[in-house]
Write a protein that binds this ligand. Sequence first.
Ligand code: TRP
Length: 345
Amino acid sequence: MSSFAAQSSSPFQLPVVHARPARVLTGDRPTGALHIGHYLGSLRNRVALQASGAELMVVIADYQVITDRDGVGPLPERVLSMVADYLACGIDPDQAVIFPHSAVAELNQLIVPFLSLVSDAELRRNPTVKAELDDSHRPLSALLLTYPVHQAADILFCGADVVPVGRDQLPHLEVSRLIARRFNDRYERLFTEPQALLSEVPLLLGTDGRKMSKSRGNTISLGASEDETAAAIRGAVTDAERHISYEPDRRPGVAALLEMAASIQGRDPGELADEIGDRGAGLLKRVATDTVNEHLRPIRARRAELLAAPDQLTDVLIHGIAAATDIARTTLTAVRRAMRMNYLG
Ligand code: TRP
C-alpha cells in the first residue's frame, strides 16, 4: 500500500501578485474539531503562505458560533484544541497572530459603521447565509443575516490583502470588498480590498456524501485516532459500481474519497481512480485510510503533546489578543478620524 500513500511535495499555489509579503488573514468558527476538509482546504495553505514570508493572522470566530445555534458549547476546550491543531499543522506562533475576536473590542466596534454601508437586500441574497439558515432550522437571527459584515471587520481591521478560504466563503469576501470600497469612497481611502485565495480542494464532501461539516458528524477530525479514521472511512457512502472512476457529479461519494487521498498525495484524482480500477471501493477506502493516517501521524503526535501543556496554548492567545488589539485600536482611531468623530483632537 505504501506506493499509494506516497507523501506529496507542495501541491498549493501561492499568490504571486504581491512584491512585499502579504498580510494574510483567515479564521475558523470554534463549533467543533477542525477536520481534514479544513486541513486540505485551508490550513495547509496558511502554513505555506507563512513559509513564503507572509504575515499570518488567524481569527478564532467565537462570536460566529451563535449565528445559527442557541448556545456556544464548550468554548474554552474547543478554542484551545483549535490552537493545538494550528500549531500541530505547522503555524508558527512566534510569527502568527492567533486571537478570538470576542476579546478584541475595537475590532467589534468597526461593525457599527460597516453596517451602514450595506443594504438589507444585499445581505439577504447571500447564498451561504441562505444555506446556513436552511440548515439551522431556526428563524433568521439578525446576527446570522449580518455576520458577513462582522467578518468584514475581521478581515479589514488588519488590512489583510489575501484571505485563504473555501469556495463557500466567497460571498462573504464580496461583502468585505464592497464595504472596503464604499468606506473608501464615502470617507477616506483606508481599507485594502482583500482577495480570496482558493486552494485546489475548496470543498471536500463528508463521509455521507454531503458537505463536510463539524456539526454534521461526517468529518475526519485532525485529532481522531487512526482507528476512528478507519471506521469513518469504512462507513463512507459510496455506490454499487465496482469499477472506480472519478466522476464528481454522478459519483460524489467515490469522488470525495479520491479527492481526499489524491490531494494529500499531490496527484490527480482521476489517475488514482485508474490505478484502483476494478479493485473497487474496498481498496479505495483502504488507500484513503492509509493516506490520511500516514499523513496525519506526526501532526497528531504533536497535537497530543501540545494539549498536554495547555498553558503554552493560552500564552499564544494572550500574545495574539494583545497584538490584534494594537492593530484594531489603530484602525478604529483612523476610522473615527475619517468619519470626523475625533472630538478630542
Ligand atoms: N466564516 C468562516 C467559516 O465559517 C470563519 C471566519 C470568520 C473567517 N471570520 C473570518 C474566514 C475571516 C476568513 C476570514 O469558516
